[in-house]
Design a binder for this molecule. Structure first.
Ligand code: SF4
Length: 322
């Protein structure tokens, strides 16, 4: 399976330079590995607006209704510099598939950032968004966004990667707007979409069938809207197990009693959070090869992103049960 190479803007302190305000660099095994399969565009917005390393901290201040980026020690208001740089930097790309932001930063953090009432006051809430991250999400509202902290959770990581690679592939067929490409794309992702949301899968199927004979442009734009919707939330365990059972149904009659028992045990272990999704998928993949089911070989559900990115030995935690 050949995967597109998504283009990702990433906070530079996540392994590219020791540019954090304290002079730190954060080396993360998963991000290092990911670099082999994506095109990273590292950036440190605070360095770019002229702040040095190390530097006094900066913070988001809510001044009346306005959000400002201030360095308390120097009292410098950096809002305009940061907004101007962000706009210029972000607009130089023809497309961006995703962002990986450093969490808790008043520049890069994409959620839950501390907001202060003044230069010296206490935090009023943790609902702020870093100024650079905010601009990034405005300029590229369809891009996939995550922080390095949340990517430690294996379930969120799998969701991030599935969404990233599926949407990046859609971008590559979107230029030509061929109905044939769309049918192929939809067929290939059928089980993945089923795991995410059966109702939206049906709607996507209807859009692709195009019974109303709409123009390609309109079909693609309807499809893309639904595609964004289907990826709003990670799939539930229940719906993933439903898809595993569907695929298992292709072989059920060919398997021995012991093989069937083995599969059912593994699915139960997955349900009980004792093994990762890669384990039952690996078993299904072996049967897909053995029984040569070409329709399943093409399914992204069993191969949604480069398999090298599933590393069960790293620090990721599969601790978030839905
Ligand atoms: S969080 Fe962003 S602004 Fe801060 S050091 Fe990292 S890249 Fe630079």
């Amino acid at each position: 399976m050949e995967f597109v190479r998504p283009k990702i803007v990433i906070s530079k302190c996540l392994g590219f330079a020791a540019c954090y305000y304290s002079g730190q660099i954060f080396n993360i095994k998963f991000i290092d590995k990911l670099g082999e399969f994506v095109e990273f565009k590292p950036v440190c917005p605070e360095l770019e607006i002229g702040l040095g390393v190390p530097r006094p901290t900066i913070r988001i201040v809510k001044d009346k209704e306005e959000i400002r980026l201030i360095q308390p020690k120097t009292k410098e208001d950096l809002t305009k510099k940061m907004n101007d740089f962000s706009e210029k930097f972000l607009n130089k790309f023809d497309y961006i598939d995703g962002f990986i932001f450093k969490s808790r930063s008043p520049s890069c953090g994409f959620k839950d950032i501390k907001v202060y009432p003044s230069l010296n006051g206490m935090v009023i809430n943790k609902e702020g968004v870093g100024l650079f991250a905010k601009k990034a999400m405005n300029v590229y509202p369809k891009a996939v966004v995550e922080s390095e902290g949340r990517l430690n959770n294996l379930r969120l990581r799998e969701h991030f990667l599935s969404k990233l690679y599926t949407l990046a592939e859609f971008r590559t067929i979107e230029n030509n707007k061929s109905m044939q490409d769309l049918v192929k794309y939809h067929t290939r992702h059928k089980y993945l979409f089923m795991a995410y949301n059966q109702n939206i899968l049906n709607e996507l199927g209807n859009i692709t069938a195009n019974h109303a004979n709409k123009k390609e442009q309109e079909v693609y734009s309807l499809y893309e809207k639904k595609l964004q919707e289907i990826f709003l939330k990670p799939p539930t365990y229940k719906s993933i197990i439903n898809v595993l059972s569907h695929i298992y149904g292709y072989f059920k009659n060919k398997l021995s009693k012991n093989e069937k028992k083995f599969f059912i045990d593994i699915v139960e272990k997955y349900r009980d959070n004792k093994v990762n999704l890669a384990v039952p998928i690996h078993l299904l993949r072996a049967w897909i090869i053995e029984y040569d089911v070409s329709y399943l070989k093409e399914q992204s559900f069993i191969n949604p992103f480069p398999k090298e990115l599933v590393d069960l030995t790293d620090s990721g935690k599969n601790n978030d049960r839905l």
